[in-house]
Design a protein around this ligand. Structure first.
Ligand SMILES: *[C@@H]1O[C@H](CO)[C@@H](O)[C@H](O)[C@H]1NC(C)=O
Ligand SMILES: *[C@@H]1O[C@H](CO)[C@@H](O)[C@H](O)[C@H]1NC(C)=O
Ligand SMILES: *[C@@H]1O[C@H](CO)[C@@H](O)[C@H](O)[C@H]1NC(C)=O
Ligand SMILES: *[C@@H]1O[C@H](CO)[C@@H](O)[C@H](O)[C@H]1NC(C)=O
Ligand SMILES: *[C@@H]1O[C@H](CO)[C@@H](O)[C@H](O)[C@H]1NC(C)=O
Length: 474
């Protein structure tokens, strides 16, 4: 209904150069760059999984609830975020309004194609049992739902699939998923949307994992990953560049030939979080190696990593971590991190060879599994009966929900802003809302924390493993 109108309208606007939409990004060497201006793009992001894992059902996922998307996009613009990562998506739902909301807000999206359903992800212990057309209905379904949105920065083919519980050949299956996704996008989408992998910070195999996806395979060029995400919780409290091991990561990735970023960061062992790592991540030492990162995570859940607390559908509270993060984001030198550097963009990946793999336990062959024939048909002809997403028009609007800060003061004037075409959200760029002095009374509404399965946070590294258990597989 509205959708076709929205598409025509948007197409017309695009011709006039006034569409309220971001400019698509592309990969150039180890940088994400703006496809029009060539400016380098660094991710200033948050991980978006409101309600936790258990909120995902066939009727509801994070991008199918527009009222929450308007509210969250407004508060993210205010925070200074330019990218979200969304984990569990159900392809059959209507995502058009939420995707359009973030698009017009100047916020990019990195989308995981896997879901918690049993056929929705690769089984790391027996990948050959799940590498089939049923799995690809999920994977290609997510691509169909989002491929027409300019603010899709990329898709994650997998999250922490390769770990101590994975079998020896699992990397080859994940690389095959990257290949199949890229071939699907090449045939079925209007632009070349990047595909990458998100790794757990398991130092023993981290560099082998990166190398495995990064190297160039002469007989399967499409299987090379376009970017590499790392879930890293090694900076806790007031750590330093050295004590956190960030210096080692920077050195390790200094010769990377694809964009590398923290797909999750924000250790919460010391509270409140002050996010001093932001100055390191976007500082001079690290920006040559890293393209920014995404803080885990937007909403407060049982595992206590939230920046905001959704009290109920009418009320939301920005936590002290939100304010602390905003202060850090506001100190980022945007001009410096956006400037491009020829030696970053004119680099060639190494050719895959067993000698590149350093650990004897890591798979050192690239004999990828053949694409199942039904999956090849999908690639050639498109996924049958796919729910194809379409841009719809959205407008700037005040946020109807009550917003409080962590001290209980009401924040007034929070509004969702449609940016001018080609504009991107970012630190200090928007929202002029302020805290009033009126205190929020001992309100009668009860706090209902969204249910979550993301259980207790654990020692370093544990977060990653739990997350992997919950999010990437069963
Ligand atoms: C990066 O490349 C330089 C120059 O080839 C080399 O000296 C250095 O050891 C490499 N660093 C890593 C971590 O591989
Ligand atoms: C450009 O990138 C190279 C390699 O990452 C780095 O050594 C150099 O300092 C950078 N130059 C500038 C001007 O940032
Ligand atoms: C492609 O090349 C890799 C690396 O040389 C090799 O392991 C693999 O068997 C080759 N695959 C095919 C189908 O030839
Ligand atoms: C923000 O609000 C203040 C006070 O209402 C106003 O003076 C200022 O012009 C506003 N700034 C912007 C950028 O809208
Ligand atoms: C909302 O949640 C915050 C943070 O948990 C809490 O401090 C506040 O009292 C809650 N407000 C309401 C109205 O329930």
């Amino acid at each position: 209904m509205v959708f076709s109108y929205g598409r025509v309208f948007t197409a017309a606007c695009a011709l006039m150069g006034t569409a309220a939409a971001v400019t698509p990004l592309e990969v150039n060497g180890k940088d994400f760059v703006n496809s029009k201006t060539g400016d380098r793009f660094q991710i200033i992001g948050v991980d978006y999984q409101p309600g936790g894992q258990s909120a995902f059902t066939s009727k509801k996922d994070p991008l199918s609830q527009p009222a929450a998307c308007y509210r969250d996009a407004a508060l993210m613009q205010r925070l200074g975020v330019n990218t979200i990562r969304v984990y569990n998506l159900e392809p059959s739902l209507d995502h058009d309004e939420c995707a359009s909301i973030f698009n017009a807000a100047g916020i990019y999206m990195i989308l995981d194609v896997n879901s918690p359903y049993s056929t929705g992800s690769l089984n790391r212990a027996k990948p050959w049992t799940s590498y089939n057309s049923g799995y690809y209905e999920q994977v290609f379904g997510v691509i169909e739902a989002f491929k027409s949105f300019d603010n899709v920065l990329g898709f994650f083919a997998g999250n922490e699939v390769i770990n101590e519980d994975a079998v020896y050949s699992t990397p080859a299956y994940v690389r095959a998923v990257v290949r199949d996704m890229k071939e699907y996008i090449a045939k079925q989408a209007d632009r070349s949307i990047p595909v990458g992998y998100s790794a757990a910070d398991i130092r023993d195999i981290l560099m082998d994992t990166a190398t495995y996806f990064e190297c160039n395979l002469k007989n399967s060029t499409s299987s090379r990953a376009d970017f590499f995400g790392l879930n890293s919780y090694s900076w806790c409290g007031d750590a330093s560049y050295k004590s956190s091991g960030y210096d080692v990561l920077t050195e390790d990735f200094s010769n990377a030939t694809l964009p590398v970023f923290f797909s999750e960061y924000g250790c919460n062992e010391v509270k409140p979080r002050t996010f001093t790592e932001v100055q390191a991540l976007y500082g001079e030492d690290m920006t040559q190696a890293f393209s920014g990162g995404l803080v885990y995570e937007w909403t407060e859940e049982d595992n206590k990593y939230g920046l905001v607390n959704v009290n109920n559908t009418d009320t939301i509270t920005t936590l002290i971590d939100y304010d602390n993060l905003q202060k850090q984001f506001n100190k980022i030198d945007m001009d410096r991190i956006q400037s491009s550097n020829k030696s970053q963009t004119s680099i060639d990946p190494p050719t895959c060879a067993a000698s590149l793999i350093t650990s004897g336990d890591f798979y050192n062959s690239w004999d990828l599994p053949a694409t199942p024939s039904k999956v090849s048909d999908y690639i050639k002809n498109g996924l049958p009966d796919a729910n194809k997403g379409k841009v719809v028009t959205v407008s700037s609007t005040a946020i109807p929900q009550k917003v409080y800060d962590y001290t209980g003061k009401e924040i007034t004037g929070v509004s969702y802003k449609v940016l001018a075409g080609d504009e991107t959200a970012g630190p200090g760029s928007s929202s002029n809302s302020s805290s009033t002095t009126s205190s929020s009374s001992g309100s009668s509404s009860t706090t209902s924390n969204p249910a979550s399965m993301n259980n207790a946070p654990m020692a370093l590294g544990g977060v990653a493993s739990i997350f992997m258990l919950v999010a990437s597989l069963l």
